[in-house]
Design a protein around this ligand. Structure first.
Ligand SMILES: [Zn+2]
Length: 75
């Protein structure tokens, strides 16, 4: 019997991309949701959903590496 290869380990490799808003501000795109940069430190960036009142947040590290997703979308 051959065992099938199972690669469910996608948590660390969320497909994120970065674009610029019309005003030239950086935006993060994750799962078709847009996030704007809320705060950044030397090594970490904190992004919040662009929809007002939505609690979803994303942290990235080293500028463009997905770190973690905090809360979920209400939008
Ligand atoms: Zn949202």
């Amino acid at each position: 019997m051959t065992s099938s290869v199972c690669e469910e380990n996608i948590q660390e490799s969320q497909s994120i991309s970065f674009i610029l808003s019309q005003k030239g501000k950086p935006l993060l795109v994750l799962n078709k949701h847009l996030f704007k940069l809320n705060k950044s430190t030397d090594s970490k960036q904190y992004w919040i959903c662009t929809i007002k009142g939505c609690p979803a947040k994303v942290h990235t590290k080293n500028s463009n590496v997905f770190d973690k997703m905090i809360d979920d979308h209400k939008c």
